[in-house]
Design a protein around this ligand. Structure first.
Ligand SMILES: Nc1ncnc2c1ncn2[C@@H]1O[C@H](COP(=O)(O)OP(=O)(O)OP(=O)(O)O)[C@@H](O)[C@H]1O
Ligand SMILES: [Mg+2]
Length: 285
């Protein structure tokens, strides 16, 4: 399996990946070509906790409905789905003349990785809002409706602009609107559902000749598992009515566990402090 140790430098991006894994937060990585976004995303499964037995059953049921249960054996790996940006609506959210689950359901209890996010059809991206909000996707037909589970962690990556500007020695060739137009292809409501949005800067030659980092996926995965355990206990409390992770935490529970002081409530600080609080919670403090 891929290991986080392969990623040289990019300490903040790796930290963000760890927080996303610990809290089950949706994550968007924005950076120039070759900065390692796809490489980082591919290493997320190596730091996520293994599936519980109950989760294995849920994942297997969806795979079975889609005809993807290999040899009838129980699925033991957390799903990591990477649909191409040319994917149709039916392929992504499910449906078709004989309805079957789409990628968003095949990623249930795992990760849906959308690489080159703005290249997906806008309608397809909009259709993701409902499953991200409710954890299930409803396909309506003339005389019946089908609901498939889709509690996913969305991880997305994109270049800052369509021409791929921003990498070393390659500035935007198309002009100032290039980045703005490209980024505007992602709707505000979808962005609202992505807790962590980070820049992944280009790696320098000096970073690439560094020795492999001392810490790899095994060490990070242990911290993630500790943070998940704390969250399980927190959300198992009677009346919490939240999901199982900070990423799925309901507003009123969040207000109770991550109280923001008056000083921190200013518009400039709100975003930063909110994430610092989440980080502290994820770290188990
Ligand atoms: N921090 C890094 N440490 C080691 N290798 C790296 C790093 N960043 C990038 N690379 C190398 O560069 C290759 C390209 O990286 P990757 O495909 O992840 O970039 P990307 O940000 O997804 O680019 P694009 O926007 O073109 O999809 C990787 O396969 C890897 O070999
Ligand atoms: Mg890539």
């Amino acid at each position: 399996m891929h290991d986080l140790r392969d990623v040289k430098g990019q300490e903040s991006a790796k930290h963000a990946l760890e927080i996303a894994a610990a809290g089950g937060h949706n994550l968007l990585m924005i950076g120039p070509p070759g900065s390692g976004k796809s490489m980082l995303a591919a290493r997320l499964p190596s730091i996520l906790p293994p599936l519980s037995t109950e989760e294995m059953l849920e994942v297997s049921m969806v795979q079975s409905l889609a005809g993807e249960l290999m040899g009838g054996k129980l699925a033991t790996e957390r799903p990591f789905r990477t649909p191409h940006h040319s994917a149709s609506m039916a392929a992504l959210v499910g449906g078709g003349s004989r309805p079957r689950p789409g990628e968003v359901s095949l990623a249930h209890l795992g990760v849906l990785f959308l690489d080159e996010l703005p290249e997906f059809q806008p309608g397809v991206l909009d259709a993701l809002r409902q499953p991200l909000e409710t954890g299930e996707i409803v396909i309506a037909r003339a005389n019946h409706r089908i609901a498939y589970p889709s509690r996913i962690q969305l991880v997305a990556a994109m270049n800052p602009c369509k021409c791929g500007g921003g990498s070393p020695g390659l500035s935007c060739r198309t002009g100032p609107r290039c980045a703005a137009d490209y980024q505007a292809r992602i709707s505000g409501p979808l962005l609202d559902r992505i807790d962590l949005q980070i820049e992944v800067p280009a790696v320098s030659a000096a970073d690439l000749v560094l020795r492999a980092p001392a810490e790899g996926s095994v060490e990070v995965r242990e911290r993630v598992a500790r943070a998940r355990k704390i969250q399980l206990e927190r959300f198992a409390a009677p009346g919490s009515m939240s999901g199982r992770t900070n990423g799925a935490c309901s507003g009123h529970v969040l207000a109770r566990i991550a109280q923001i002081s008056r000083l921190e409530r200013g518009p400039t600080y709100r975003f930063r402090y909110y994430h610092q609080h989440l980080r502290r919670i994820d770290a188990g403090s």
